[in-house]
Design a protein around this ligand. Structure first.
Ligand SMILES: [Mg+2]
Length: 173
C-alpha cells in the first residue's frame, strides 16, 4: 500500500467555515472561491474572531455536500485515517469541532486530532495530507509527507468536487 496514514483537514475540505463566518459577518462571498479570501480581507481584525469563537459557531458549521463521499472513500481505502485540524487557543473551537465530528461523522469520532500549531510536525514518508491551504501542503511536503491540495470550493461547485474525489480515489487505491 502506498500510504500508511491519511490526514483529512476539516475547514475548507469537509466543513464550510467560510460560509459560516461570512454569514455571521454579513460578508458577500465571491462566486469563485479564492484561497484565504476571508483571512486576507477580514480575519486580521480582532472582532472578526470574537464572533467566531463560540462552541456553537464551530459545532454548527455546514458540511460540504461532498464531505460524506470523501470520508467514505478514505474509510473504504483500508488505510488508517485521522481528521487533522487547527484550532485557536482559548476558544470554543476545541469542543465545537469535537461536537461537529460527533454530529457529522459519529462513527469516526475517535479519529479527531486538534492541534494548536503547525500540522506538518506530523508529516512523514507514507503519510498523506488532504488539505486546502497551500502553506500546509508545502510544509507537509517539506517534511517528507505526501499531500493532495483540495482547494477550497464554493459549496455549489460539485463538478470540481467530483473531479477531486476521482483524483483522491486514484491516489489511495
Ligand atoms: Mg483547511
Amino acid at each position: 500500500m502506498k500510504y500508511s496514514q491519511i490526514f483529512l483537514d476539516l475547514d475548507g475540505v469537509l466543513a464550510d467555515f467560510t460560509k459560516a463566518a461570512a454569514k455571521i459577518h454579513k460578508i458577500e462571498l465571491p462566486s469563485e472561491m479564492e484561497e484565504d479570501f476571508l483571512y486576507s480581507k477580514f480575519a486580521k481584525k480582532g472582532h472578526f474572531w470574537s464572533k467566531c469563537n463560540s462552541h456553537e459557531f464551530w459545532a454548527n458549521i455546514p458540511r460540504y455536500p461532498w464531505a460524506k463521499d470523501l470520508v467514505r472513500l478514505v474509510d473504504r481505502s483500508g488505510i488508517n485515517f485521522t481528521f487533522l485540524t487547527k484550532a485557536p487557543m482559548g476558544t470554543g473551537a476545541w469542543s465545537g469541532k469535537a461536537r461537529w465530528i460527533e454530529s457529522n461523522f459519529g462513527a469516526h469520532q475517535n479519529k479527531l486530532w486538534v492541534v494548536r500549531g503547525d500540522k506538518s510536525i506530523m508529516a512523514q514518508k507514507g503519510y498523506l495530507l488532504i488539505d486546502d491551504k497551500t502553506s500546509s501542503i508545502e510544509g507537509w511536503r517539506e517534511r517528507g509527507g505526501d499531500a493532495f491540495q483540495w482547494k477550497e470550493l464554493s459549496a455549489d461547485n460539485t463538478e470540481q468536487a467530483k473531479y477531486y474525489l476521482e483524483q483522491v480515489r486514484r491516489l489511495i487505491s
